[in-house]
Design a protein around this ligand. Structure first.
Ligand code: OAD
Length: 248
């Protein structure tokens, strides 16, 4: 990796008035959480997203989908923030008012590393919610679940579902609006550990670039949005972020 590229990103990170960081599954890979599209280890190389990450898939087999997310929740609870999560949170605290951190990740590792204001574009795997508005117009109440089944409402039968955004669903509007605003306003955007395959999150790099920001991509492999980058740094989140963001 060219030293002048590292130096250029370091310098801009230290002087920019506004920095937006977009993270994806690669951010948490070194915490032991599987990515989606890595050829061997990615979840979507072994599982079908139509079955496990869509409302149709959930309705077709709620027990299977619930069990799959239960395993993933367990992995998230057992994981610890890595040096990259910590470097981002420390940078944000050190340069007060500068950092907007936007994540596609449904884990809570940015929050646990010390950046609770992280904007979540794809929801929170640890926050279950009801599948549909309560048909009776009252608040649903969890009944005792059968083993391996998602809990149902005692009254109307509504199902609890994982609080993540599934394929075909809208992103939370407020989160997306805040992310777009940060992308438009920043001087530097770091895009960390995402394949850039999922929209609209992948479009944030182009939003930032069009608005005049410098864009740096941090990823050990090629991504689908490398063409949006002024600088591409080949390496992992836990090695690159401390190097780029620590004040030294
Ligand atoms: P992907 O699995 O598509 O991409 C992960 C990226 O991380 C790849 O580009 C890898 O090269 C890179 N990577 C792997 N290890 C890394 C490391 N240690 N450091 C840095 N980068 C590393 O994950 P996302 O781009 O996040 O949707 O996927 C986007 C969305 O697709 C996810 O949010 C998820 C999925 O379906 C929802 O959960 C709604």
């Amino acid at each position: 990796m060219a030293e002048d590229t590292v130096a250029a990103v370091q310098a801009l990170a230290q002087r920019a008035a506004s920095v937006c960081v977009l993270t994806g599954a690669g951010m948490s890979a070194e915490s032991g959480i599987a990515t989606f599209r890595d050829a061997m280890s990615g979840l979507w190389s072994r599982f079908d997203p139509a079955e496990l990450a869509s409302e149709e898939g959930f309705r077709a087999n709620p027990a299977r989908v619930w069990a799959w997310y239960a395993e993933r929740k367990q992995a998230v609870r057992a994981a610890l923030p890595n040096a990259g999560h910590v470097a981002l949170a420390e940078y944000g605290r050190r340069r007060s008012g500068v950092l907007t951190l936007v994540t596609q990740n449904v884990d809570d590792l940015h929050q646990r590393a010390g950046w609770p204001q992280t904007i979540r574009l794809h929801g929170d795997i640890l926050a279950d919610r009801w599948l549909q508005p309560c048909p009776s117009g009252r608040a649903c109440e969890v009944a005792q679940a059968l083993p391996g089944e998602p809990p149902r409402c005692a009254d109307c039968g509504n199902l609890l579902r994982p609080g993540v955004v599934w394929f075909g669903e809208m992103l939370p509007e407020d989160a997306m609006a805040a992310a777009e605003q940060a992308a438009r306003a920043c001087e530097l955007m770091l895009v960390v550990g995402t394949s850039g395959a999922v929209w609209p999150a992948a479009g944030l790099a182009a939003v930032a670039r069009r608005a005049g920001a410098k864009v740096a991509i941090l990823n050990p492999d090629a991504s689908e949005i490398d063409d949006q980058a002024h600088w591409v740094l080949r390496g992992t989140a836990a090695t690159l972020l401390p190097r780029l963001l620590d004040s030294g």
